[in-house]
Design a protein around this ligand. Sequence first.
Ligand code: MSP
Length: 651
Amino acid sequence: MKYYLTTPLYYTNGTPHIGHTYSTIVADLIRRFKRMQGYDAVLTTGTDEHGVNVERSAKNAGKSPKEFADMVAAEFRHEWDALGLQYDHFIRTSDPKHHQTVQWLFERCRQNGYIYEGSYTGQYCIFDNLYVNDANPGDPCPDCGRPTETVTEENYFFKLSALQDRLLQLYDRNPEFVQPEARRNEVISFVQQGLRDLSITRTSIQWGIPVPAPGQHVFYVWFDALIGYLSAVRDEDLWPADLHLVGKEIVRFHSIFWPAFLMAADLPLPKRIFAHGWLLFEQDKMSKSRGNVVRPEPIRRVVGVDGLRYFLLREIVFGQDGSFSYDALIGHYNSELANGLGNLASRTLTMIHQYRGGVIPASEGDGMIETTALETIKTAITLFDEFEFSRGLEAIWALLSAVDRFIVQKAPWKLAKDPAAKDALDLTLYTAAESLRIVTALLAPVMPESTAKIWSQLGMAEPLDSVRLDALTWGQLQAGQRIGEVAGVFPRIEVKEAVDKMRVIEAEVVAKQAALLGKTAPAAAAAGESPAPPAPPLPTSDSRIGIEDFSKVDLRVGLVLSAEPVKGADKLLHMKIDIGEAEPRTIVAGIAEAYRPEQVMGRKVVIVANLQPRKLRGITSNGMIVAASLEGGRPVLAGFLEDVPVGARLK
Ligand code: MSP
């Protein structure tokens, strides 16, 4: 049986971050889970490469849109591969196979009478690729707040309004079509308010798929990108998709436009659109302009891929918004993986080595634990099937705790000293090992790397990913099986050290990716060079200065990598700030009464980079942070509303 699922096709005007990673990890988990249930699960991910945004980003980087998209698409692929994500198709909307599919689908819609020519003037949000209805020139986009632009175009229109009733019928007859419920209601009420026809071609841009019609039209990016799900598998017998996984902000495109295009082309509709929530960073929206975008690379390099997967699936209720923070990530890793699962595995396997020469003893195991394990198998599979990953994991952890308590209660270390307790010891060890096997199999889709290690330490011959979850039951662990070497799977992590390490790697990754996207400003001072000479004193006779004087002040955009209080100085914060040089600057600033360290970490600030170094409380400060000074001298840090690359000069 086939199961075809997709992630969104990510825009290529930026590099992969934790939000994209979240969607792709969940898709990879579902693919693995379905495969372990006997489905031929196929996953498509990829990149959405056309449109003004990519055209502009490419221009800024001095590249052609195609060269730029090639580079970013390669970054996505590289990151998904480094994270061990298993996808079957990586569709790029610049792929000729996709161009043909879009043109083909357009023709079908046209032949069926759903396309007409018209002219349109309206407010357009370039960032969201969306016309904003009922907006006046200069009005902000209701989604992102950026100013809209007035656009007049001769376009091809899609008769969306003609499909309103069929769409409402679709939601009504298939309540699972849009999930979760809150999103479904939102979509229904949007459609009930009335749908306008959609302009699906553009003449204002070149970087797009040509429309097979007279004139210089290219397709509107959403008429282009959504069709990628179909182009990826056109040669296979996989359509319709069983599941489109998306973030909540693009649920309307998927549950209104997409089925409408398919209805008009007379093609089968996807079975389900599931919209998940947003990952916030420490309760704040993640955005480039806030400088708090988290990348996956530092996390996988310090905590490991499975630590990240576990956190995202356990801590964030799928479908709702959730908060990400490095501290919470490591806290959960230590308490539930290092102390929980990791500890149970090494304890159980070590005892089997010590007391039974590394061989699984013969026993039926403990009846109570068997019952709990059988219930857990059922519950976890049902919950995973319903995408209730967090609750599924809770159920598995409840079994782990029950087994832990069981071991403590049986005290095998005491039984081992008493030859008359041989059977009791066999029963205890078998129960622990069999529970560990079941837990490992259930967790395989969630944490493929570490469960494979535990599986081989248990001496299992069958590859873990070919285990069938629906056939998983108690008593399949064979007596007499020789277990492997025991090696810790989740070593404990020291929080502060790990967070510092991740922040440093994060800064490296940001700089590397900015360079790749052609965003780095040339750093004036090379590493090791002494700071530039101080500016001469400003004239006192007239307080006005010439531009040449102002230009002597080297103001730069900096990213605060770390911040900590200075002992014995209530006002001072000691910070490491990346200003695009080889090494971050040490800067001590009198802002501690207004900002806590965690409020400035990850923030983009303005730095005076060519001040003479100054010693404050024994620390040499190499620069100054710019802030407004309010009543009572309260500092308010200068910042940016737009995205700015680290190291950029202010002029
Ligand atoms: N190109 C469109 C999608 C076209 S699909 C045919 C697009 N691209 S995107 O690069 O902006 O990716 C958006 C998706 O990335 C979201 O829908 C979500 O899946 C994921 N995320 C991006 N930021 C996110 C968070 N902060 N949190 C969780 N996921 C988010 O929209």
